[in-house]
Design a protein around this ligand. Structure first.
Ligand code: SAM
Length: 199
């Protein structure tokens, strides 16, 4: 599978994410981890190298499953003691059930039609669906290196993704889920927006 540089190796991915989020890097994971109680089950879609699990959820004995297209990332989840499955989330297959179904920084991979994946998440969750999505597009960063990463390095193995959300387009999208949206707030210094939906 051919992917962008950022997705080739878990360590490269983490170094680039640290550069992109700077001092807000840990806050993006903490904001989600705080919502998952000790011992709950969680499925993390597009889990990447499972930093959410290894640094935050493992110590809370969360029963964690990471799904990702990238077999190297899934292998890291399994090595770290979680469950991991290679899964193309564009497929219509029903997701495994869990108390919490999470997706961070990945909804843009499903544009222009992100509804089917959200609906599968709602069907799988017994408690909540948690989504955090970037709302500051790095492609417009003043830092030319970060801008290049934001524009070009988005290919997870199934094509480059040119479209991104803004805070306004995300708010409009989640407004369609009406009262199911029980919380929405900016996290990680305003770089991502978090939405919590009841299952
Ligand atoms: C920006 S990373 C986010 C990783 C992690 N959630 C985080 O916040 O650190 C996007 C992830 O989505 C995965 N991905 C992209 N398209 C996918 C698809 N169709 N099915 C499954 N995973 C996909 C990529 O392999 C990558 O790990």
């Amino acid at each position: 599978m051919r992917t962008s540089l950022i997705y080739r190796n878990g360590t490269v991915y983490e170094v680039l994410m640290r550069a992109l989020y700077g001092r807000h890097y840990t806050a993006r994971y903490r904001a989600i981890a705080e919502l998952i109680p000790e011992g709950a089950s969680a499925i993390d879609l597009c889990c990447g190298p499972a930093t959410l699990y290894t640094r935050y959820l493992r110590r809370k004995s969360v029963v964690y499953t990471g799904l990702d297209l990238n077999e190297r990332f899934v292998a890291r989840v399994v090595e770290a003691g979680g469950r991991g499955e290679v899964w193309n989330l564009r497929s219509d297959d029903a997701l495994p059930p869990a108390d919490y179904v999470i997706m961070q920084a990945s909804l843009y991979h499903f544009l222009p039609e992100p509804r089917p994946v959200i609906d599968r998440m709602l069907a799988a969750a017994t408690k909540q669906v948690i989504i955090a999505e970037p709302v500051r597009n790095l492609a417009t960063s003043n830092n030319p290196v970060l801008a290049t990463i934001g524009k070009r390095f988005t290919d997870a193995g199934d094509g480059e993704q040119a479209h991104r959300f803004t805070e306004q387009t995300l708010d409009e999208f989640f407004a369609e889920y009406g009262p199911r949206v029980v919380r929405q707030s900016l996290i990680a210094g305003g770089r991502e927006k978090l939405y919590v939906l009841t299952a």
